[in-house]
Design a binder for this molecule. Structure first.
Ligand code: DAT
Ligand code: MG
Length: 143
């Protein structure tokens, strides 16, 4: 998900480009405002932490771009591309490393495991919003 700061800073295309050119497959994509209920469900694991109220306020402050991407090893790979949670600790070349300076404005969310990805996809997308397709480039990306 491109967070509200990524949308406001015109980084949507740049962020999509990184996953697209890597060779991952886009399955779902939408620009949307986030309700408090959805934000709290999405970040439920962080409920009770000191930054939780600010995080919910931030995520609901403007539109986000929710996405579903598919590919071999994508979760670990995407989290490397995204970079460390605190952008000041994120390596140059990562999204957070290149564009962010503070943890509360770190531009992008990525699922951290297959199980949480499944839960998050179900939370953010209806079945019919996900495309079922086979890119013609597949044999040029996977042997
Ligand atoms: P990540 O987004 O890298 O998976 P996380 O799941 O630990 O990180 O936290 C979710 C988001 O909450 C994170 O992207 C930004 C915010 N956050 C985490 N730790 C924070 C902190 N110490 N202070 C402020 N915001 C924080
Ligand atoms: Mg997380």
């Amino acid at each position: 998900m491109v967070k509200p700061d990524g949308v406001q800073r015109n980084l949507v295309g740049e962020i999509i480009r990184r996953f697209e050119t890597k060779g991952f497959t886009l399955i779902g994509l939408k620009l949307m405002n986030v309700s408090k209920e959805l934000a709290e469900a999405h970040y439920g694991v962080h409920k009770g932490k000191p930054f939780f109220p600010g995080l919910i306020e931030f995520i609901t402050s403007g539109p986000v771009v929710a996405m579903v991407w598919e590919g071999n090893g994508i979760i670990a790979s995407a989290r490397k591309t995204i970079g460390a949670t605190n952008p000041l600790n994120a390596e140059p070349g990562t999204i957070r490393g290149d564009y962010g300076v503070t943890v509360g404005r770190n531009l992008i969310h990525g699922s951290d495991a297959p199980e949480t990805a499944q839960q998050e996809i179900a939370l953010w997308f209806k079945e019919e919003e996900l495309a079922n397709w086979q890119p013609t480039l597949t044999p040029w990306i996977y042997e």
